[in-house]
Design a protein around this ligand. Sequence first.
Ligand code: IPT
Length: 980
Amino acid sequence: MSYWQSMEPGAGRRAPRADALSNARRMSLNGTWRFRLCPTAMGTGADFTDPSFDDADWDEIHVPGHWVLQEVTPPGQLAPRSLRGTADGPLYTNTALPIPIDPPRVPAENPTGDHRLVFTAPQDWHGKAVLRFQGVDSCAKVWFNGVELGWSTGSRLPAEYDVELRPGRNVLAVRVHRWSAGTYLEDQDMWWLPGIFRDVELLERPPNGIEDHQIHASYDHRSGTGTLRVDTDVPARVEIPELGIVVPAGQEITLPVEPWSAEHPRLYRGTLVGESEIVDLAVGFRTVTVENGALLVNGRRVFLRGVNRHEHDPETGRALSHETMLRDVLLMKQHNINAVRTSHYPPHPEFLRLCDEFGLWVVEECDIETHGFIYTGWAGNPPAQPMWRDALLDRIQRMVERDKNRPSVIVWSMANESWTGENFDELEQWIRERDPSRPLMYERDPSYRNSDFYSIMYPSLETLEAIGRREEERPAGVSDAEDDRRRTLPFLLCEYAHAMGNGPGSLADYHRIMRSSERFCGGFVWEWIDHGFHHRDGEGQAFVMHGSDVAHRPNGGRFCLDGLLFADRTPSPGLRELAAVLSPVVIDVGRATATLHNEHDTLGLEHLELAWRVETEGEESASGVLDIPACAAGETVSLDLPVPAAPLEGETWITAEARLRREESWAPRGHVIARGQGLLEPAGAPPEPASAGIEVTLLAPRPGGGHLTLGPGRFDPLTGALVELGELPTVGPEVDLYRAPTENDRGQGGHNDLASVWSAVGLDRMQHRTDAVEITSHSLQVLGRSAPAAHGHGVAYHFEWSAPDERSLELEVTLDFTGPWTDTPFRQRDILVPRIGLRMALPRELDHVEWFGLGPGESYADSRHGAYVGRFGAPVDALQTNYPVPQENGNRQEVRWLRLTGSDRSLGVTGSRFSFAARRWTAQDLERARHPHDLRDSGKVWLTLDHAQQGLGSASCGPALPEQYRLDRSPTTWRVVFTV
Ligand code: IPT
């Protein structure tokens, strides 16, 4: 059978070895190559491998890169074009394999990219060299100067070949197949992106050079010493000047050192000096163990505040620049993330070097996922088939050998979502023998027999709590012995809180539960970044492309847009929430004190200072910066805040922020890592309200001129509708129970699909009826009912309008839900109402909002830790979060007052605490828009004023919205005051 349909992992490759930087010459072969696309793997013969072949009429392509993201000439076409958005381009599936399941065979239609590079070697460099590919998707055969070197699969793993370099002209030819037997092992939830997408390099191999080396650098927390031994295949000397170490390779040395941790990534740099080659060493001393059901590093428990990271760039796919990798690391550090699971394959080795340097714990996962076999009921699943053993083991070996020297890597994860099979026993055994210094994990096998961790994905809060209490249910089909062993393991939550669209909700709940039991050693949010591509529609409008923007089936639709960063790496509100929740310092602010709980694993608070300020309705009256007294990890310290007495009027808050006292490698001086707030109660008795003792005289409604006038309000006498507020024409307020469904409102695969119920029962198209307009001496009473067509349920409303003066208009709203609030008499699904509120339209000129409440970003019932109380202001346009798939966004909670202004006009709103959103379009417009550019300015500002809105949840892959974040439909009354 052809090599690309072989279960063998490759041929002709060198043995895997450590990724290392050395003084031996290295020549990057990245750059512009020649490229020809063929429709089948066989298509064009081997003509192009001949060094004299003329490739002048081929396309040019950038390596590293995926051809599906560049301009190339598709077969039968004349001119190069971008394949983005076509069925020959990037394809996205979640679990489905894009080829028929018939391993190891793949379709004849197998787009194949012939790549060719003619390059000149320096005159003084020839002879034996190593050609290295850091990553080629999915199968590549390689020829050098006309000689066939071999072939390889394993897309996210290196492959090296021996070559004979000629002085001067050399020709490299690489044939890359989109599909191969390897495809069956690489069914991760991500875009299918073929090509030579990581660096290609030539490495000089001096005679007697250092082929491979292994650093053993442990730390004994009892003695404070590190023990170092570097093993090599040739005689060499280990030199670490800072530690005064000069010892032969293979010799062990123990001496006092500072340990490496994600919090304090102490690296000792040195060299490994061989006869003909010097290799750089970056030694981090640390010892990782799983003991008594806990994950310990250097004898201390560590808690992983993690994210799952795929490699993604909206232009270049999985071909990432150094700057992009660094940006990911810095953004993680800046958002209080201390751990990464490299879901679901080894990342570019540079990323791990950055993790060593900046400090992130890494769970490194191998490039193995056979999820697509779920569609055969797991028949033929490779981990359970002996003939796949070598291919699987090859992947494990290439990962472990490449990255064995990285201190940041503390856990090896064998695979994702590949069900069970005996091959895992062999993979496990091989790792345990080769690298006993790190624990292993594999999540999917319910027996956990190959894993040092118990783990599941996307549990509900209740399930997680049960795990914390060690009362979880026993998985089906496991033996007593296996289950007893599993119960002794630490729990690591490998995926939770699906960050698709607006969300995830409940981050704080998950974190609280995980901090409440010693069984937990942390978790990883799904996932770091949206996998969306920048693309343009027929009219040249830019948008973020997802799976269903390609007419190809199967496709995983929008499920690839589930990150904490938008595809262009702009942080989403979800990431700000996560940063607040994961903060390793928790600040409680009391009257004139701030108590800091140091939740780091090992770090004190010496690197921080405490900035505090006092604000009355957001106006600052005092502030200062304090040193933080010594406070070891796990301890608490209280600081007196020299705050003045609270003024007697106005809501006054103390805000305390722990921030960096000097610049760190990963953030500037002043970067805030934790925030706490406390209300400053006035010391004396509250002032008598100005109105005390005085009977407030309310104005009387006045008919006339075809209207009813009450204070600044003008009403339609027949419908009772407000038509003007001061000079401002208005539509509404009217009862509004709807929000544009978020991805989480849509649930997953028919589960928890609230949005389709809302649409079935017409929450998005309520009709409003007025039953009575009554005038009293001091109020206008409007009674009516809002309800959807074709259904029996609705809300009876009672608007009681009154005006204390000519500039204020008060509204007391009472709603009474009249049932049955189930979708149909047959299905009886309870309808969760997403909002209980009002909406109104105002003139478009009122396009700036100032408010006192939670801000500055958006907040929801189950996602509000990233927001804080203050006075904020923003143009209406800046209040929107541009989710690539339009949906509910931009809500601000706990608002005491707001003021809309523009063109010398203004409108104030206060009353009971409320939430608001202000937009140029309605929720219905938001729902209809496919892309943000479909949203058009309606010529009005639509203001929603909510008494309550349900939480966000993360039901797009996970549990239903927790009970406590749903709204109940009991009768409700609240108050809104408009001032002009
Ligand atoms: C889980 C996958 O491991 C991950 O790759 C991603 O697909 C995630 O779901 C959802 O976005 S698997 C799922 C069956 C829980």
